[in-house]
Design a protein around this ligand. Structure first.
Ligand code: AMP
Length: 514
């Protein structure tokens, strides 16, 4: 496979228009080049989640201040291409400055208050230039998902705000920090460091490691942890510390007491070189992904300061509000289109041949148990599902059925929050349309029932019969519906108990699905 090297906006637009026409999902990984393993981790993630991956390489002049290192920022396009080729990147977008900022260019994005503190205070125009460039890239490439690194924590929060505030049709996925063996966060600018410098800058990651150890030992006083961080940084005389803080990631205001998801931010100078690093606090042994999830779903404390520890249900509610970030937080790493792109391509050479779509939660919190991930290892869900449908193996299953997970939020059913059902339905719409030959739909459980009734059939609450009552007499129910995109064609819908969640069991549907 070749990696296309694209330098003009028009060629980039034409390339991605073709991809969209083919119905493929598209990933964008924006970078400034001089690639390292941190960048490559984003590319690998993009490859897993989308059909086609575009990496942009552009040292964006508008995000550098006049006294900053724009001119001498490392550039190594040939080496970058050599690193990207083996990963199967489809295209590199490497425009010139003139291509991105032609004569007369005048419009900039103003990213709001979070862009004025920490990095924003140290680099006044930085986030304005960065946000403008990201907006331009999203408009040029029009990716389904854009991938960013936790390494630039404040940047990532600003981009998520940008996407939300300007209703950009892209999902943001954030990947954890990749570090060198000695703990230093990988960065293109590390190329500037000689052995002595390197020893000095290691104080940043070391200070965060100590902070982590204090938190793991039970310290929750942010001030005490911060003092230790400052002490470690101050012990390195060549470092000029710019800031060290522990903040609420929603507001970037300092916290008094550590919460899961609180973030320590550090920045320091070594001569001309500026380095940043961060740490997300999380429960003992929690993965970097879970920590990201906690940080990304942290809310601003309410003004009375009475937020306090929230009960579990409230946390769940907050997470559901953010469920469009399923991919970003990666506890559900198979959101709709990625899942479909990946597994439908592998298992269903002809989507038109699928007559029955099964809609219901499989293993939303644990994608590795998803039916399609390990078809050779049936679990309780698959065994009962096959029973219900009258098939004996995965091969038999996929010859006649396709399964999709109608609700992809973080809520672990039963009874998923209404907003989550409504939100995820946008994906279900797209998915249903992928099967032009669809004759029947099997709905598993109450969540999928409500989702289908309300958001696919557009029924009001008053006209929806309670699930338990509907299934009471026969253990299943059937109706004939019309889906707008199938015109006059009837579709049979079968409602049954969820094979793994509900205690009641529906009788086999095999005779009706022949
Ligand atoms: P840059 O080329 O520095 O603009 O970075 C491009 C993207 O790679 C940004 O989203 C960064 O956050 C991400 N990135 C940079 N360094 C790392 C790292 N060490 N680990 C993970 N992501 C990184």
């Amino acid at each position: 496979m070749t990696t296309r090297w694209i330098t003009t906006v028009s060629e980039m637009k034409a390339f991605t228009a073709e991809i969209r026409l083919k119905g493929k999902s598209l990933a964008l990984v924006p970078t400034m080049g001089a690639l390292h393993d941190g960048h490559l981790s984003l590319v690998r993630r993009a490859k897993i989640q989308c059909n086609v991956t575009v990496v942009s390489i552009f040292v964006n002049p508008t995000q550098f201040g006049p006294a900053e290192d724009f001119a001498r920022y490392p550039r190594s396009p040939e080496k970058d291409l050599e690193l990207l080729k083996p990963l199967g990147v489809d295209a590199v977008f490497a425009p010139s400055s003139r291509e991105i900022y032609p004569a007369g260019f005048a419009t900039f994005v103003n990213p709001g208050p979070i862009a004025t503190v920490f990095e924003g205070a140290a680099r006044p125009e930085h986030f304005r230039g960065m946000a403008t460039m990201v907006l331009k890239l999203v408009n040029i490439v029009r990716p389904d998902i854009a991938f960013f690194g936790q390494k630039d924590f404040q940047q990532m929060v600003i981009i998520r705000r940008l996407v939300e505030d300007l209703n950009l049709p892209v999902r943001i996925v954030v990947c954890p920090i990749v570090r060198e063996a000695d703990g230093l966060a990988k960065s293109s600018r590390n190329l500037y460091l000689n052995a002595q410098d390197r020893k000095a800058v290691l104080a940043l990651s070391r200070s965060l490691k100590q902070a982590e150890e204090m938190a793991q030992a039970g310290e929750v006083d942010a001030q005490k942890i911060l003092e230790e961080i400052r002490k470690t940084l101050a012990a390195e005389p060549r470092l000029q510390v710019e800031y060290a803080a522990i903040v609420n990631p929603a507001t970037f205001e300092p916290v008094v007491c550590l919460n899961p998801g609180s973030v320590a931010l550090v920045a320091a100078r070594l001569g001309d070189l500026r380095l940043i690093d961060n740490l997300i606090f999380g429960p003992l042994g929690s993965s970097p992904e879970l920590r990201l999830q906690l940080a990304l779903t942290t809310q601003a404390p309410d003004k009375e300061g009475s937020a306090g520890p929230r009960p579990e249900i409230e946390r769940l509610r907050l997470r559901i509000e953010h469920c469009r970030d399923c991919a970003a937080v990666s506890s559900v790493s198979l959101p709709a289109r990625e899942f479909l792109a990946k597994y439908l391509e592998r298992d269903y050479p002809d989507l038109g041949s699928v007559r029955v779509l099964v809609i219901g939660r499989c293993a939303p919190m644990n994608p590795s148990q998803f039916v399609y991930c390990h078809p050779e290892a049936p679990n309780q869900f698959t065994t009962r599902l096959y029973d219900l449908l009258g098939v004996k193996s995965f091969a038999e299953f996929k010859a006649r059925f396709a399964l999709t997970d109608g609700a992809r939020c973080h809520a672990a059913g039963p009874l998923v929050d209404e907003r989550a059902l409504a939100h995820c339905t946008q994906y279900l719409h797209e998915e249903l349309k992928l099967f032009p030959g669809l004759q029947s739909v099997v709905i598993l459980g109450e969540d999928a029932y409500l989702q289908f009734q309300k958001h696919i059939l557009g029924r009001g609450r008053a006209s929806i019969r309670p699930f338990a009552e509907l299934l009471k007499s026969a253990g299943w129910a059937q109706e004939t519906v019309r889906l707008p995109w199938f015109g006059e064609r009837d579709v049979q819908v079968f409602y049954c108990y969820h094979p793994a969640v509900e205690t009641k069991k529906s009788p086999s549907l095999a005779p009706h699905l022949a």
